[in-house]
Design a protein around this ligand. Structure first.
Ligand code: DNO
Length: 351
């Protein structure tokens, strides 16, 4: 297991020097944030980002994310050109020594939470999801007002995009994903870059948009359709774990044994029963006993099944007065990293 930390590039208030001081840290997970979605990441820009990271004594072997253009997800006539661009980005990343690329295939929206600063009993704050709030929203009728929402679309653009998705159901989206991967994975095999799809977060359909990487069934189907080790997953415990039907220990063991887990996002969440039985969860500290997920069991299953991929502590709370980017402050993620590191050492040495 190689421990890494997400870094949002030179503008991230959490500097590479700070990241380097976290025990066990080998590298950062980052991206080129200024290149518009769909355009090729040129080698020069990749190499200058890598130089910044290497000069700070860290590696840059994982990219999160190379975003997939909506035209590819929609399967429109434009997709072939955009897939070619994606393939060229992978070739360029490989020349810079990148080993794993994390991406997602969620239409329009990435992760969804209803609160960015949910205050917990100990005074810290964190991201939370309240089904009651989400149920009260309809992006087709009203301007969306979820915190942290993607502001890059105007209301008109968003309406037009949502309209185009009316014809895309789960099956169509899956076919479009397979079309994309069938062209991309041979390039990844040639360049030795592993693709690690991030599960949908939360793992169910929202606002009528299809979501397909939500469960063991969906992941099995994807692996079968494009049968290559280069077609793997980011095991994001907090995303898949939000659906209580997902047995994460089982999935970790199974996919690690298949050599398909290339990246681990380790995060814990805590479920609370609401009076009307609708889902509420908040993100909790990483240790097993602080949340509802068995982080120890997941790490042990990965270890027992030969996981050798990259790991990063996923979302942390804001603690000790920090007012960090939601989910991505320094302190709680650093605590998470040392917890995960300690668990891994204990599991390794108990063998
Ligand atoms: C949220 C992240 C996601 C993830 C993308 C991968 O904190 O885990 O935004 O980076 O879904 O493409």
């Amino acid at each position: 297991m190689k421990m890494t930390f997400r870094w949002y590039g030179p503008k991230d208030p959490i500097t590479l020097d700070k990241i380097r001081q976290i025990p066990g840290m080998t590298g950062v997970v980052t991206a080129l944030y200024t290149i518009p979605v769909g355009e090729v990441w040129d080698l020069e820009s990749i190499l200058s980002l890598k130089k910044l990271v290497n000069d700070a004594g860290l590696e840059m072997e994982v990219i999160e994310s190379v975003p997939v253009h909506e035209e590819i997800k929609l399967g429109s006539a434009e997709r072939d050109r955009l897939i070619d661009n994606y393939c060229q980005t992978i070739r360029n990343l490989s020349k810079a020594g990148v080993k794993v690329v994390c991406y997602n295939f969620m239409p329009v929206f990435d992760w969804v939470r209803s609160e960015l600063k949910f205050v917990t009993a100990d005074g810290s704050n964190c991201l939370a999801y309240d089904q009651r709030t989400v149920d009260s929203l309809n992006p087709k009728k009203q301007a969306l007002s979820l915190p942290g929402w993607d502001e890059s679309y105007t209301k008109q653009e968003l309406d037009a995009l949502l309209k185009r998705y009316e014809d895309i159901d789960e099956e169509k989206l899956f076919d479009n994903m397979v079309y994309f991967l069938k062209k991309l994975i041979p390039v990844c095999e040639e360049c030795d870059v592993k693709m690690a799809v991030h599960p949908d977060d939360p793992p169910w359909s929202l606002f009528g948009l299809p979501r397909i990487i939500t469960s063991e069934e969906g992941i099995d189907k994807l692996f079968k359709a494009v049968d290559s080790k280069y077609n793997g997953i980011t095991l994001c415990t907090g995303s898949l774990g939000a659906s209580r039907g997902n047995d994460l220990v089982k999935m970790a063991a199974k996919y690690a044994a298949m050599g398909r887990v290339h990246f681990l996002h380790a995060r814990n969440i805590k479920f609370t029963e609401t009076e009307d039985n609708r889902l509420f969860f908040n993100e909790s500290p990483h240790p097993t006993e602080c949340g509802s997920l068995d982080i120890y069991g997941i790490l042990k299953a990965l270890h027992d099944n030969g996981f050798e991929g990259y790991t990063r502590p996923d979302h942390g709370r804001n603690i000790w007065g920090e007012d960090g980017k939601p989910g991505y402050g320094l302190y709680d993620r650093a605590l998470g990293a040392t917890y995960l590191f300690g668990l891994w050492e204990a599991i390794s040495k108990s063998k």
